[in-house]
Design a protein around this ligand. Structure first.
Ligand code: HSE
Length: 297
């Protein structure tokens, strides 16, 4: 009894939705094999592609799976193999993919005893290990697909938003590692009333634009007044990459999750390709190594 699955990368925050909004990428992700075994507990038998701990208590997939098995109170166990294709510390939900993949796979093997929201909750326990905070904005889109919005953490409530048909994401990853815990520690704990009003306007505009497929409204709303100013200093050439995206027709651009990846949303594949070329040109000019991906959302 085993399952082979694709655990997708994700973009969290999407500019104005810190810890709330996320979207699923279909062009990059980990591959996992999960096997039901008679010995209770969780074993991670193999990880290729990255040097990560096999001890299930120290591995995000292991912690997420263990929290689920503890809740199930079962005698069966699971063996997990991970082929990591998403680099840790890249800002496209590397830890979330492993955690979400583990709980999704086990749930399938057990005949789906849990709802998607329950799976998101278990996967969040892996996120807590990885970054010190149990945010759901990467694990939710990894499990549900499309755009997701966490409308409440306690109790956990997540809404899926079907993406507008012509929306594409371009993501560039400069080859440096930024740990989520570090890029959370540079954030201010308070915002002014004025900034809150701006951010709420943008968030409402973005959600409304997604539902009504209003690309102009999406473009007007993809701004982040709160997080980006503090985090962008950790990312090489952030302002120039963002400017290149906008100059090449992107609807908007910002930091993917906690960085250092930078994302842009575009209407249509052709624009997403142009945006990719503009992003690359900036990094080639200053000799920063990078990976780049385009995904239909
Ligand atoms: N919302 C989280 C953060 C996502 O920005 O810290 C981390 O990928």
């Amino acid at each position: 009894n085993e399952i082979k699955l694709f655990a997708p990368a994700t973009i969290a925050n999407v500019s104005c939705g810190f810890d709330i909004l996320g979207l699923c990428l279909d062009s990059v992700g980990d591959e996992m094999i999960i096997r039901q075994v008679s010995e209770p507990g969780v074993t991670i038998s193999k990880i290729s592609g990255q040097d990560l701990p096999l001890d299930p208590q120290k591995n995000v997939a292991g912690v997420a799976a263990l929290s689920m098995l503890e809740h199930l109170n079962t005698n069966v166990g699971f063996e997990i193999e991970i082929e990591k294709k998403i680099k840790p510390g890249s800002g496209i939900g590397s830890s979330a993919a492993s955690a979400a993949g583990a709980v999704f796979g086990i749930n399938e093997l057990l005949g789906k005893p849990y709802t998607q929201t329950e799976l998101i909750f278990f996967a969040m326990q892996g996120e807590k290990l990885a970054s010190g905070s149990a945010h759901a904005d990467n694990v939710a889109p990894a499990i549900m697909g499309g755009f997701t919005m966490v409308t409440s953490y306690d109790p956990l409530q997540v809404t899926k938003i079907n993406p507008p048909k012509e929306l594409y994401a371009t993501v560039i990853h400069p080859q440096i590692e930024v740990k989520t815990a570090d890029s959370r520690s540079v954030l201010k704990q308070n915002v002014s009333l004025k900034t809150m009003v701006q951010q709420m306007g943008n968030f409402g505009g973005l959600i409304s634009g997604l539902y009504t497929e209003d690309y102009n409204l999406i473009a007007r709303s993809l701004h982040d007044e709160i997080i980006e100013p503090h985090r962008s200093i950790l990312i090489p050439e952030f302002d120039r990459v963002k400017e290149a995206c906008l100059n090449n027709g992107a609807l908007g651009s910002g930091i993917s999750g906690s960085g250092p990846s930078i994302f842009a949303l575009s209407r249509g594949e052709e624009t997403a390709q142009k945006v990719a070329a503009g992003m690359q040109q900036v990094y080639q000019g200053v000799q920063v190594d990078f990976d780049i991906h385009i995904s239909k959302i």
